[in-house]
Ligand binder design. Structure first.
Ligand SMILES: [Mg+2]
Length: 346
């Protein structure tokens, strides 16, 4: 069992670090990445003029997922959890679009996260997330909001695996991704990631965690794409192909199942070396920050924060907030004024 501070912090900080590592190369082809950073591609965090490695929308939204499930936990089963997470995503949408909140229940826009300027930064917010949340209607598996399978559903749901057991994590990961992504591959990939994180926290090896995620996915309509590519990623990780060639066979990470598969390939291939895994997960033609974020979530939960390079943890943007919310996810619920102030019951 890994219900321990270092694995929770590992998952959340690891995701943020992967996100930051991939951020400068998100829209660059591998050829250009190599021409800019050398034949090994990008191998270190890029710092801004404040000496900080910037996170992107993936981590911003992950923080709101965490906040949403912590708020739902305070309601003690008196709520539909995805609806509470949906309100958290509306708060993220508010940070990106500064919408008029005057017609809303005061509580919807009351959150300590809204005090962090960094969360208002435009760091490449995904179009599907923005357009879905703009509609002010909640997407669900039964009533899909669109037909998108972009990776915006999966890249944000890791915290769910830290709070719920594997079966619940799978279901909730799917439901929370389906709030904005209506194609089965857009939300089943989310369920699979949450489930993998939950299994790792339960103490499983990564490959065993993946098997559980696959078996839950098989019960869902429209699971074939996700299951097939994840199985392909597992097989490829056992081969001796050059990483960039293997990853090319898994896609570019723009859609949920490809992003998850690239992260899984990298996590399995370098499961004892956080740095190597992350470098592997971001150096490709596609959505480098999202594949890096997902790989960082998985391997951070598996290896723990003490196996993440300290020089990377020290420079990650919002480090303290990321660490504190990890601790809150570990605590889950606390009967105190201070807690209810952070995570209001209503
Ligand atoms: Mg991003």
């Amino acid at each position: 069992m890994k219900r321990d501070e270092k694995y929770y912090k590992g998952c959340i900080l690891g995701g943020a670090i992967g996100d930051a590592l991939g951020h400068p190369i998100e829209l660059k082809k591998l050829k250009v990445i190599k021409a800019t950073y050398g034949s090994n591609g990008i191998t270190n965090l890029t710092l801004n003029d404040k000496g900080v490695a910037e996170i992107t929308d993936d981590t911003q939204m992950t923080l709101f997922t965490a906040e949403g499930i912590l708020r739902a936990n305070c309601k003690k089963g008196r709520c539909y959890i995805p609806a509470v997470v949906y309100n958290a995503y509306l708060r993220w949408y508010f940070t990106q679009r500064n919408i008029d909140t005057s017609g809303y229940d005061e509580c919807t826009y009351n959150s300590y996260l809204l005090k962090y300027d960094e969360l208002y930064e435009d760091r490449g917010a995904g179009n599907t997330c923005l357009t879905s949340l703009c509609k002010e209607e909640m997407g669900s598996i039964r009533d899909p909001i669109n037909n998108s399978k972009g990776c915006g559903g999966v890249m944000r749901v890791a915290p769910i695996g830290l709070m719920y057991d594997k079966k619940e994590a799978f279901r909730l990961g799917c439901d929370c991704a389906a709030l904005t992504h209506g194609h089965p591959s857009g939300y089943i990939s989310g369920g699979m990631l949450s489930c993998i994180i939950s299994c790792i926290i339960e103490g499983m090896e990564i490959d065993e965690a993946i098997e559980h995620a696959i078996s839950f996915a098989r019960d869902m309509d429209g699971h074939c794409e996700c299951v097939e590519i994840v199985e392909k990623a597992v097989k490829l990780s056992e081969n001796d192909l050059v990483d960039t060639d293997a990853i090319r066979m898994l896609g570019e990470g723009w859609v949920g199942e490809d992003a998850l598969a690239i992260a899984i390939y990298s996590s399995l291939k370098y499961k004892n070396d956080f740095k190597k895994a992350l470098i592997c997960s971001v150096n490709h033609d596609g959505d480098s920050d999202s594949t890096g974020a997902i790989c960082g979530n998985i391997l951070g939960a598996y290896l723990g924060s003490d196996n993440i390079p300290k020089e990377w943890i020290d420079v990650i943007e919002l480090k303290e907030l990321l660490e504190n919310i990890s601790m809150d996810l570990l605590t889950g619920y606390e009967e105190s004024e201070e807690w209810f102030e952070k995570y209001p019951k209503n």
